[in-house]
Design a binder for this molecule. Sequence first.
Ligand code: ZN
Length: 206
Amino acid sequence: MGCLALNASFEPLTILPIERALRLVIDRKAEVLEEDDARFYRSERDRIAAPLVIRLKRFIHVPRRFRRQVTNTFLFARDGYRCQYCGRHRAALRGREFLTRDHVLPASRGGDNSWDNVVTACSPCNNRKASHLPAEIGMHLLKQPHEPNYVELVWAVRRVTQVQAKYIAMFYGEDILEALRRHDQEAEHRHHLHHGEAEHRLTLVS
Ligand SMILES: [Zn+2]
């Protein structure tokens, strides 16, 4: 388990390894909002409870390109591991089929890698679409792609605790938290169906 790090504005930024969070606290760069009373770390002078939620004392500007780079890992997680054209889940793909990144406006026609121009597509759908716009060949997106918030992404690949979830809800609202919980339950369900996938999920965000 890691420590949820909030910006000075209380915006959830990332999940840090506990040791890195402790370093920020010891260096007085962050304050502890929640800690784990059952887990302690030893510093030169005393014992410190493991921080679960910290808040940076100074606001840091995190460039969007850092926070929200579109990797296939995040892209597939955002789309629920489902082809956005035929709707098939990764677990339903056959033989040599696999999930790919599709550019809605094709790269050959100037489409970029932004969140609202890329979707998860199975390899047959991607081949079929080729350098067309979906509408040109009668293909339809399950949903319009959009840029997810950072915590949605973190949650997609890594669990947070109840205490940490409270702070996510504080910033993003209960609706987001509910949506994330559903996502998590689906993921849990998939874990039982499809063991390898959930294992994969746990190793992705650092
Ligand atoms: Zn498909």
